[in-house]
Design a protein around this ligand. Structure first.
Ligand code: FRU
Length: 533
């Protein structure tokens, strides 16, 4: 481990000045470096300057700023003693890197958790006129773990009274000691108006526990959920619980998100959800069957922003764009992992069944650089039709199109992204099998892990038309089907940038009529965050 760390530091010194997140000056001093030119570096997704990142943490909106904290190990590109890295945005699109917010201490590493605005100053850490931000996180004590104890995870809190710039850990930590359970982590806290108390949802092995508190410092057990619901192929992690209006009605349901690893639908990590009722103490699910928020291989530990103003009213989600099956060995240099694009979650209800729709946040449209509406050529044999788009900009773009599915058509249709060395990334719908798929078998470098699954599939019932909306960014693809009814997120590591796009279908009648293709700006190209320090 020590040698690995030394080599990493040496590498950083040789290739670029190495920031631990404490050093934001480097980016300001050197605008070229701020563009993050590394081969697989996403240009419109959040990634740390250097070092290892996993789950999004402590996402909270406060005073016009979206805070994003994240699981961070600044000293290596593989997981290690966890810190909370920090970034701020005023528009959900452009991010400013901030100093590390929370460092490990004698109680342990700082694992995942959440942050809230303590508007009534119930904790007493601030004042009525300057309410504190309070972060609630898991302490992971690796010494206790190594010693064979089961009590190595507990919950701690920290507070900030300067808009999240600096944090003080509470002297009475841990606020929720471990009751003797091995997996006891990832608190998400929210204010429950109806009962006037704080609620914490916590992952406990393969269930969740709910706790309540008046002051964020002292917690009482309320209930457990999950023994007989959802997927149980692995440990439950990073839960979330929030109310959401049913689209087009006055009803509100409660939605619970729970990540699971392993046990995802395409192997390894994934996030399931439940809809139901919450009475301030117990959650009751409408259905016990498992539903996935994203069927792709690379969206994990996603949760939603706290304290989005009512006037906005959206439920905004962000996930970690990787999978524990191979996250530590993906072939990136200097940094590892990015987040998904921020997504709005919408609850749709049909015949008493509820499901989540995910849509890219509208703010992303500021990145649209060049818009091309393309009318595809129709040839007899579509699988031989030449590339429709030939443009290096495909590496950083958004594409929207809609297929017709002719009566009696049973084959597959979709699109292929290609580069000049014959590598391909395929997105398709297998009409007979009723499966949406992303095939990255020949997409480039896949041999860093046997668990980097080739074809990911998702069951899908389509109508006579199928809309595909795709975001491509250097090494990631996010595919939204039919306005977000189904989403698949997938990493890929092509040897060269993809520069050609072609459609495939065995029936010319299915070809999309219009394709909207946008190249997108880099969020790092200039500092548009608007942050004032
Ligand atoms: C999820 C997770 C969390 C934990 C964190 C540690 O990816 O395993 O359960 O808090 O990562 O980094």
């Amino acid at each position: 481990m020590k040698i690995q760390k030394l080599l990493f530091l040496l590498f950083c010194i040789i290739t670029t000045s190495c920031g631990s997140g404490k050093n934001n000056k480097r980016l300001d001093a050197n605008p070229e470096q701020a563009r993050y030119p590394e081969k697989y570096r996403p240009q419109f997704h959040f990634s740390p300057e250097t070092g290892w990142m996993n789950d999004p943490n402590g996402m909270v909106y406060y005073g016009g700023e979206y805070h994003l904290f994240y699981q961070y190990y600044p000293d290596s590109t593989v997981w290690g003693p966890m810190h909370w890295g920090h970034a701020i945005s005023t528009d959900l699109v452009h991010w400013t890197h901030m100093p590390v917010a929370l460092y490990p201490d004698s109680l342990g590493y700082i694992f995942s958790g959440s942050a809230v605005t303590d508007a009534k100053n119930s904790s007493g850490f601030g004042t009525g006129s300057n309410p504190p931000l309070v972060a609630i996180f898991t302490y992971h004590n690796s010494e206790l773990e190594k010693g064979g104890s089961n009590t190595f995870q507990s919950q701690g809190i920290a507070w900030s009274i300067d808009k999240g710039r600096t944090w003080t850990k509470y002297s009475g930590n841990p606020v929720l000691p471990n009751p003797g359970k091995r997996d006891f982590r990832d608190p998400k806290v929210f204010w429950h108006k109806e009962t006037g108390k704080w609620i914490m949802i916590l992952a406990v092995h393969d269930r969740v526990n709910l706790f309540s508190s008046a002051d964020l410092k002292s917690w009482s057990f309320e209930s457990e959920f999950g023994a007989d619901a959802g997927a149980h192929g692995g440990v439950w992690e990073c839960p979330d619980l929030f109310p959401l209006k049913v689209f087009g009605s006055d009803d509100t349901k409660w939605v619970m998100l729970v990540s699971i690893n392993p046990g995802g639908p395409n192997g390894g990590s994934a996030t399931q959800y439940f809809t139901g009722e919450f009475d301030g103490s117990h959650f009751t699910a409408d259905e016990k069957a498992v539903k996935w928020i994203d069927w792709g291989t690379d969206n994990y530990a996603g949760v939603t922003w706290s304290d989005i103003p009512e006037a906005d009213g959206r439920r905004l989600f962000l996930g970690w764009m990787s999978n524990w099956n191979y996250a530590t060995v993906v072939p990136t240099s200097l940094w590892r992992s990015a987040m998904t694009i921020p997504r709005e979650l919408i609850l749709s209800g049909e015949n008493g069944k509820y499901f989540l729709i995910s849509r890219p946040v509208s703010e992303l449209s500021v990145l649209k650089k060049e818009v091309k509406s393309i009318v595809p050529r129709v040839k007899d044999n579509m699988s031989d039709a030449g590339p429709l788009i030939e443009d290096p900009g495909l590496n950083q773009c958004e594409i929207e199109f809609e297929y017709r599915i002719p009566d009696g058509y049973h084959d597959s249709l979709g699109i292929i992204l290609e580069n000049n060395i014959g590598e391909q990334l395929v997105f398709g719908f297998s009409v007979e099998a009723k499966l949406i798929f992303i095939d990255r078998t020949n997409s480039g470098n896949t041999n860093f892990s046997k668990r980097f699954v080739g074809v990911a599939t998702a069951p899908y019932e389509s109508g006579k038309r199928l809309k595909m909306h795709l975001f491509i960014d250097a090494s990631s693809a996010e595919l939204f089907i039919d306005e977000g009814k189904l989403v698949m997120t997938s990493l890929f590591f092509a040897g060269e940038k993809y520069s050609k796009l072609r459609f495939f279908s065995k029936n010319p009648g299915s070809f999309p009529e219009i394709v909207n293709y946008y190249t997108l700006e880099s969020i790092w190209a200039d500092k548009k965050s608007g942050l004032k320090f």
